[in-house]
Each structure stands twice: as C-alpha cells, then as structure tokens.
Design a protein around this ligand. Structure first.
Ligand SMILES: Cc1cc2nc3c(=O)[nH]c(=O)nc-3n(C[C@H](O)[C@H](O)[C@H](O)COP(=O)(O)OP(=O)(O)OC[C@H]3O[C@@H](n4cnc5c(N)ncnc54)[C@H](O)[C@@H]3O)c2cc1C
Length: 266
C-alpha cells in the first residue's frame, strides 16, 4: 500500500519508535515504528460543518432542516415535487445524498441501488491525551484523530442493517486498542459509555455513486462513500455542482456511474 501511495505522489516517511516519540513526545506509543503520510490532513467535523453552514448562509443558501423526505411526485421522467413530513417542496434538480438510507428512498423513484449500512463506533476522550498525530492502528483497525478539545478513537465495520444498537464487545475492543498502543492514555469505563455510532453508506465495490441515473432526468446521486465520505465530500460536492450547472466535470464520472456494470440489477 505504501508503494502504491508513493506512486500517486504522496510523501511518505518510514519512522522507528524513537522518531515517532520525537514527533509526539506527550503520548508515547507501544509500536515498532510507523509510516508518516506527510500529505495527510485531519479536522474536527463538528467545527468545520458549523462554519461551512454559516459561510453558505452568508452566500444566500437556504437550509430547510429537521425534515424527513417521504416521497416524490414525478411528471414523465422528472421529479417535480419532493414531499417531506412537514411540506411539499418544488424542485428543478434533486440531489440524493441520504447515506445508508439511500437505497430505500431511491426505490420509490424506480432506481435500484445497493447501499448497505456499515456501522462504525467512535469514542471521544476529552482529557488531554497528548496525542498530536492522527494515526491508523492497523492491526486493530482503529483510527485516532486529535480534534479540537478531544481525541477521537473510531473503528468497527458492522453490517447489521439500519439500526443504532451498540455492541459492548466492539466498544471494549476499541478501548483495548487505545490502551495497548498508548499505554499512558487512560480510556475510562465512563468514557467508553459515551460511545456513539454512525452508519457508513457502503457500495458493493467501495466506490461512491456520483452522477445521474437514466430513470430520472433531474436527479443526481451522491452516496456510497463508505469509509471516506468526510474526505471525499468536498470533491463530490464539486462534481455535483458541475453536473447541475451543465459544466464539464473536473474528472471522469465513469467509475462512479450509478448504473455501472453490476449496479442495475443488484
Ligand atoms: C465511526 C466513523 C468514523 C469515520 N471516519 C471517517 C474518516 O476518518 N474519514 C472519512 O473520510 N470518513 C469517515 N467516516 C465515513 C463518513 O462519515 C461517511 O462516509 C459519510 O458520513 C457519508 O456521508 P453522507 O452524507 O453520504 O451520509 P451521512 O453522513 O449518513 O448523511 C446522510 C444524511 O441523510 C439523512 N437522511 C436519510 N434519509 C433521509 C430522509 N428520508 N429525509 C431526510 N434526510 C434523510 C440522514 O439523517 C443523514 O443525516 C467515518 C464514519 C464513521 C461511522
């Protein structure tokens, strides 16, 4: 994987344990070494989203929040109305970006897309952990992100449909990994009890669905981003805006076509 990433032009350094410690002196790690991806970045989603919303509102974007889309009214191949639990909205263009819920919503439009929910758990440690480097603890499959005011430990890929049930053994596995890799970081039972879960929208081949569908002329799909939706969101947003503005897209949408080879009959 490292060679493959280097071929893409990413800067990657191999570090031994001492070099990792010199980069992150306040949270010693129980590891032989690590690969440092110098071109990687990390962020605090809650802060980014709050500021993005303010910025968009200042630019004239109107948000209609706390609504559930319950159905669509079509005229020919076009959607003309979107029904919510509170009102009916008229629409020139409709973008479906409803994550793991997309499959059910799209069925009512005659669009068959396979999107499964892949449940992930996250535990936020509020105390000062000393962790300053984001990391993927490969053997334990846990991602660690220092955020503003806390450190997030996230992991698990549970395919059990659309539900928010929490399995304690999975929570404990994340806590155990945190403790094994960072012996000086305390993840208390009280902290483990604050675990949250989210549903990643999984496509069958791990590649998102971005583009139009032949069944509806004014519909754009933007879903199936699996484990990478936070990172890929801005690029997807750009592609969606290019599609709707009838501009040529910044990159070919062929690999992301909702009707790619297997898509139609799944
Ligand atoms: C624990 C965890 C850690 C993760 N870490 C990373 C990471 O480090 N980097 C990364 O890139 N990605 C990460 N991801 C993946 C990322 O969160 C997802 O890929 C991303 O959230 C998908 O975005 P989305 O907008 O497609 O779907 P969602 O974020 O699920 O948003 C879909 C929205 O649609 C709404 N909705 C559904 N149905 C309806 C309806 N009928 N009417 C109205 N609204 C509806 C839902 O309520 C939801 O708010 C992580 C995911 C988890 C669970």
């Amino acid at each position: 994987m490292v060679d493959w990433a280097r071929d893409l032009g990413m800067k990657i350094k191999q570090l031994d344990n001492k070099e990792v410690l010199s980069l992150q002196p306040n949270a010693p790690m129980n590891i032989a070494g690590a690969y440092l991806y110098e071109s990687d970045a990390h962020s605090t989603p809650e802060i980014f989203m709050k500021n993005l919303k303010i910025d968009l509102e200042n630019k004239g974007v109107k948000f209609i929040l706390e609504r559930k889309v319950t159905g669509f009214q079509k005229k020919g191949s076009r959607i003309i109305n979107v029904s919510t639990d509170k009102e009916i909205l008229t629409a020139d263009e409709v973008v479906i970006a409803t994550g793991a819920w997309s499959e059910t919503l799209l069925k009512s439009l005659g669009v068959n897309l396979s999107v499964q929910a892949g449940k992930g758990y996250s535990i936020d440690v509020a105390s000062d952990t000393g962790i300053s480097l984001p990391a993927i603890l490969l053997e334990s499959k846990v991602a660690v992100t220092p955020m503003q005011g806390f450190t997030r430990f996230a992991g698990t890929m549970e395919i059990s449909g659309i539900n928010h049930d929490i399995l304690p053994k999975r929570v404990n596995a994340i806590g155990k990994a945190a403790q094994n890799y960072y012996p000086e970081v305390l993840v208390s039972q009280e902290t483990l009890n604050t675990v949250q879960c989210g549903l990643r929208p999984l496509s069958p081949d791990g590649i998102p669905f971005i583009g139009r569908h032949s069944a509806v002329s004014n519909l754009v799909l933007a879903t199936g981003h699996s484990m990478m939706g936070w990172s890929l969101g801005p690029a997807t947003g750009k592609l969606v805006s290019e599609l709707i503005s009838e501009k040529s897209t910044s990159l070919s949408l062929k690999p992301f076509a909702p009707e790619r080879s297997y898509g139609k009959n799944i």
